[in-house]
Design a binder for this molecule. Structure first.
Ligand SMILES: [Zn+2]
Length: 92
């Protein structure tokens, strides 16, 4: 009787933490902030902020952040908090 030993003992083990992080990139993070730049030329222009890397995005309603690759969830984007650059966040 043969024993099926040493069979696939080396399956890639993913650290739970890492798996969680990778999953969170795919799950979609909700847009919560929009940064408004006040320009004398163009008036007020709002740029949505990536919830992961906090970088303003040039385009709206993109599926993924072009910086960090975070999947974006645009549900509730219209309730995003307006923030202004160069001001303290608790200044509102
Ligand atoms: Zn990002």
């Amino acid at each position: 009787m043969k024993q099926a030993k040493q069979q696939m003992r080396f399956l890639p083990t993913v650290f739970p933490k890492l798996k969680e992080v990778l999953l969170s990139y795919r799950m979609g993070m909700r847009i919560t902030e929009v940064m408004v730049f006040d320009s004398s030329m163009y008036g007020k222009t709002g740029y949505y902020v990536c919830p992961r890397c906090k970088v303003t995005m040039e385009r709206e309603f993109v599926s993924f952040c072009d910086r960090c690759g975070q999947r974006l969830d645009w549900n509730g984007y219209c309730r995003a908090r307006v923030i202004y650059p160069g001001r303290a966040r608790n200044d509102t």
